[in-house]
Design a protein around this ligand. Structure first.
Ligand code: DOR
Ligand code: ZN
Length: 440
């Protein structure tokens, strides 16, 4: 199957220009094809921008164990709609992905049902070092330095030391200090209103754990990716470790602050918690400056019934995978970052952080994972139109300008104007973990 995408404004690694892009099978065959190139399908894309498919390297798709919230099929369809062509999923399912057998089971299930490309992190526990050392077919190791949804927690200093010293895969860390969280919770009687969430999981909890993770990475010369940075204080900690340590920010920490609890209630509850406006501003600045390299969603669906329980029984987490690209396109329009920076942070950098072979760029020989976006299209997000099984978004009612309108996965059109082709299947991502373990 050959597809010719004609006249789109293409965001290439070196320049943004109008071009004709030819897809052949699962690959990009040419980025400067003649307008008359032979193809089975011709897509006229004048007026649209063509970007590499978004790689969301931080999602929670709940299968196995909590498929009433989401499963690999619904999560992957939400990806396709949102212009996400590859996801990397976290291990805090039930049971958690903490050994090679469970990893193989997830991969087999994904092969059968996922509409986009997929990979799965392996979770660290205090006792599974042997599995972490022997693992293949995974982007890396997820370590929870503070407890969140599920029971993956490594807050024991010696166990943390063993993991950083004894493994070789890159490490993704959830950085909230468990002792600080517990002390704050005790002081606040466990918390009574959702705004207490930010007092319990406070700036100090984030700063301490990020400092600890960076210190471990530095001492053991290990590649570390700090997930969901939420405070200005963490940016200070990250400043001097660029080659070894990369960082992520999530849309909810960019677009919301504690001022939004009044409006969102527990729809604004996630881990790490929302922080202050000053933090939000610092995160945007760090993102534009490249001090934060990756935007990913931490898509963490829970049902509205679950979210409606009184705090602190309400679960932490918000869905975002199908709206993140549109949100960031709107941020480009408002001057928060450039389109090129968006592509670097959402497509190219995640591919390089996790050594994904053949992904993240529009270039000949790369995988034909692409998204066409309309930068002028106005659209209001609604709970009712969400593809994610949980059926809501914290951005319900928000009007954005800029929308993904076509998504190709490995050369096949999986979504056009919101209509999904349910026959398309993604592939298992291939990792090239042999670059020496540095971010360059
Ligand atoms: O808010 C969150 N929800 N943060 C996490 O770390 C986990 C996630 C989930 O799985 O619900
Ligand atoms: Zn997460």
């Amino acid at each position: 199957m050959r597809t010719l995408i004609r006249n789109a404004t293409c965001v290439f690694p070196e320049e943004t220009v109008r071009a004709h892009v030819l897809l052949d099978g699962t690959r990009i065959a040419a980025v400067d094809a003649p307008a008359t190139a032979r193809a089975d399908e011709i897509v006229e894309a004048a007026g649209l921008h063509l970007l590499p498919g978004v790689i969301d390297d931080h999602v929670h798709f709940r299968e196995p164990g909590a498929t009433h919230k989401e499963d690999l099929r619904t999560g992957s369809l939400a990806c396709a709609k949102g212009g996400v062509t590859t996801f990397l999923e976290m291990p805090n399912t039930v049971p958690p992905t903490t050994d090679r057998r469970r990893l193989a089971e997830k991969l087999a299930r994904a092969a059968a049902c996922c509409a986009v490309n997929y990979g799965f992190f392996l979770g660290a526990t205090p006792g599974n070092l042997g599995e972490l050392q022997a693992a293949e077919r995974t982007p890396g190791i997820k370590v929870f330095l503070g407890a969140s949804t599920g029971d993956l927690l490594v807050d024991d200093a010696e166990a943390q030391e063993r993991i950083f010293a004894g493994t070789t895969l890159p490490i993704a860390a959830h950085c909230e200090d468990e002792a600080t969280i517990r002390a704050n919770a005790a002081r606040l009687g466990g918390g009574r209103v959702v705004a207490d969430h930010s007092r319990i999981r406070d700036h100090e909890a984030a700063r301490r754990a990020t400092r600890r993770a960076v210190e471990l990475a530095h001492r053991h010369r290990r590649r570390l990716h700090v997930l969901h940075v939420s405070t200005a204080a963490e940016l200070e900690v990250l400043r001097d470790h660029r080659r070894l340590v990369t960082a992520e920010v999530c849309p909810h920490h960019l677009f919301f602050s504690t001022a939004d609890y009044a409006r969102l209630g527990t729809r604004g509850q996630m881990n790490p918690s929302l922080k202050e406006r000053e933090d939000t501003e610092a995160l945007w600045a760090a993102l534009a400056a490249g001090a934060i390299q990756v935007v990913a969603t931490d898509h963490a669906p829970h049902t509205l019934a679950e979210k409606a329980r009184p705090y602190p029984e309400s679960p932490s987490g918000v869905p975002a995978v199908e709206n993140a690209l549109a949100l960031m396109l709107d941020a480009v329009r408002r001057g928060r970052l450039t389109l090129r920076q968006l592509v670097e942070r959402m497509c190219d950098a995640p591919a390089r952080v996790w050594d994904l072979a053949g992904k993240g760029r529009i270039a000949a020989g790369y995988d034909a994972d692409l998204v066409a976006v309309d930068l002028e299209r106005e659209h209001t997000l609604r709970d009712a139109e969400q593809v994610t099984r949980c059926g809501w978004t914290p951005w319900d009612g928000v009007t954005l300008v800029g929308l993904p309108v076509r998504t190709w996965v490995m050369g096949r059109l999986v979504c056009a104007e919101g209509r999904l082709d349910e026959s398309v299947r993604g592939r298992e991502v291939v990792f090239a973990h042999d670059r020496g373990g540095y971010w360059a």
